[in-house]
Design a protein around this ligand. Structure first.
Ligand code: ATP
Ligand code: MG
Ligand code: MG
Length: 386
């Protein structure tokens, strides 16, 4: 049988492996961590650094095609693999998604509006920052996720101090926008250019981390949804992208739609698709990689996804419970007694605050019923209502 490979062994890799295996593929994961969520469920686990030439050669030898689950996989590693095997998405597209400056330049090139911003790379560019960008958010150009590597700044003094705290690495300063909502759109594009998209996902972030995703007909005004889908498709088309791509958006208080950032892989805001769509984002990742036909996903149920962060594994005294592969510490029995609740745990061996440990998908007959169940789940687990 054919073997599909993935760079990175986190939860996204694990769900890719599950989807690939259910379609009969063998899988190989490259991740330095012996206990990575994906490595532990894969047929092969190449346990080297992402740039290790021997590890990459081994992965290429094992696999018929390779994808990535981790947007910070070094682009040269993908380039080395691509010399031997089909790689999707391509190193060039991943390199753009890894760098906020390159990403914003791409948005500008294709005419999709993003937040007003300035690149900060040296003292001179820091001093040149226009007053209209404050208050703003300073973000490292590379390597940030879940709000890490970001600082909210109100004044020039705070900006200078924050840049120093971020070690003066290349950054972008974005104007702080008045957000009404956040949403995302996931597309899948094949080698032949065929493209399909998931419905618009409404996202609630807390402390820079995705907390809740809601998806159903009418979750946002139709005009916004049409714009978001068109923009996401244009972003993928403009990159000649192959694979699954997520585009995150802000909906401003004046109703304008602004693109935030892209992720060159399946996305946390698409996890609902496992239980609420007839084809999931991971199924489509497998199809794009294997060159299988793409079909438009159909949402067959309204859905709410709740992220399960590591905080749930700490007791009221701040003590961390013992986490074993699929910990039973939170009251899953009470949660699973409710209709339409689907539990997904990533098999991480250690809980940490703000660490993504799993998620719950709630499905049901109507948006109201799903929301009511999701709110009961949140109350049981001690997740703030939404
Ligand atoms: P991810 O884990 O999604 O990759 P990230 O670390 O790349 O997150 P961003 O998506 O840049 O972070 O920002 C995280 C959140 O912070 C956003 O979803 C939004 O809630 C808020 N935010 C970011 N930029 C702005 C902005 N310019 N104006 C207002 N809010 C913002
Ligand atoms: Mg990001
Ligand atoms: Mg983001």
């Amino acid at each position: 049988g054919a073997t599909l490979g993935v760079m990175g062994g986190g939860q996204l890799g694990r769900m890719f492996v599950h989807a690939a295996q259910s379609m009969g593929y063998f899988t190989a994961v490259l991740d330095p961590d012996a206990s990575s969520p994906a490595g532990r469920v894969s047929h092969h686990h190449v346990q080297t650094d992402y740039l290790d030439a021997q590890g990459l050669a081994e992965l290429a030898r094992l696999c018929d095609a390779v994808t990535t689950e981790f947007e910070n996989v070094p682009a040269p590693a993908l380039a080395q693999l691509a010399a031997q095997r089909p790689v999707a998405p391509a190193a060039e597209a991943v390199a753009i998604a890894q760098d906020r400056s390159a990403e914003k330049a791409h948005f500008t090139r294709i005419g999709v509006p993003c937040a007003p911003y300035a690149e900060i790379t040296d003292q001179a560019s820091l001093e040149r920052v226009g007053a209209q960008l404050l208050p703003g958010i300073l973000k490292t150009a590379r390597m940030g996720y879940d709000g890490k590597g970001q600082a909210r700044v109100r004044t020039r003094e705070e900006l200078a101090a924050a840049w120093a705290r971020l070690q003066r690495v290349p950054c972008v300063l974005e104007q702080m926008l008045p957000l009404a909502d956040e949403c995302s759109v996931i597309v899948a594009r094949g080698r032949d250019g065929a493209m399909v998209n998931f419905p618009v996902q409404h996202n609630l972030h807390r402390d820079g981390i995705l907390a809740v995703t809601t998806v159903h007909e009418g979750v946002l005004p139709a005009a916004i949804c049409e714009k978001a889908v068109a923009a996401a498709r244009a972003v993928a088309e403009g990159l000649a992208y192959v694979g699954v791509l997520c585009v995150e958006f802000f909906v401003l208080q004046d109703g304008r739609l602004v693109v935030n950032e892209i992720a060159p892989r399946p996305h946390n805001s698409g996890h609902y698709s496992i239980d609420a769509c007839d084809v999931s984002q991971f199924d489509l990742q497998v199809r794009t990689l294997a060159g299988l036909p793409l079909v438009a996903p159909r949402l067959h149920s309204p859905s709410v996804m709740l992220n399960l962060l590591g905080d749930l594994w700490f007791d009221a005294n701040g003590q961390r419970a013992q986490v074993s592969a699929e910990a039973v510490t939170p009251p899953w029995d009470a949660v699973l007694a409710l209709p339409g609740v689907h539990l997904h745990l990533y098999g991480k061996l250690k809980a940490a605050r703000a660490r993504k440990m799993g998620h719950l998908n709630v499905t049901g007959a109507t948006p109201e019923a799903v929301r009511a169940t999701a709110l009961r789940v949140a109350a049981i687990l001690g997740i703030a209502p939404f």
